[in-house]
Write a protein that binds this ligand. Structure first.
Ligand code: ZN
Length: 143
């Protein structure tokens, strides 16, 4: 008979991010990996959450930078900056992109690393920069 798995959460961490453009994807895979290493987590789940309404987080290809450029350009085409918006702040397109892309992801942790595919990276998605941003990381460790 095997013992039941034990799960417990580790205190939330914050990754500060300084964005430099109106719209950009910033690869934060290294920062997330470093956090798992620092916490000594081998197996579990890692939740990456963006506490902003005009930014998002996603996982996609980090080998060829043209992929993230294409995503940004297509989003810009689908949701232009100027439009029939009612929000007075002038950044409705960024709010819509944030909702479409999403503000959280959950990644399995395997052998001390996020279980990303060969070509995958974790991206912070800025849609209304440049700004000082942050990403929250909550880890659920299993033993
Ligand atoms: Zn707004």
């Amino acid at each position: 008979m095997s013992l039941p798995l034990v799960f417990y959460t580790i205190a939330m961490d914050t990754i500060p991010i300084k964005t430099r453009s109106k719209q950009e994807f910033i690869d934060i895979s290294r920062e997330v990996c470093a956090l798992l290493q620092k916490k000594g987590v081998r197996e579990g789940l890692c939740c990456v959450y963006v506490p902003h309404t005009t930014a998002a987080v996603t996982i996609n290809e980090n080998a060829d930078p043209s992929v993230r450029r294409d995503i940004i350009n297509k989003l810009l085409m689908l949701i232009p900056r100027e439009g029939d918006y009612t929000h007075g702040e002038g950044n409705s397109d960024a709010h819509i992109k944030s909702t479409l892309v999403g503000v959280s992801i959950c990644i399995p942790i395997s052998d001390g690393k996020p279980a990303l595919g060969t070509w995958q990276g974790i991206f912070f998605c800025e849609f209304d920069g440049p700004r000082q941003r942050e990403v929250f990381v909550q880890i659920i460790k299993s033993e």
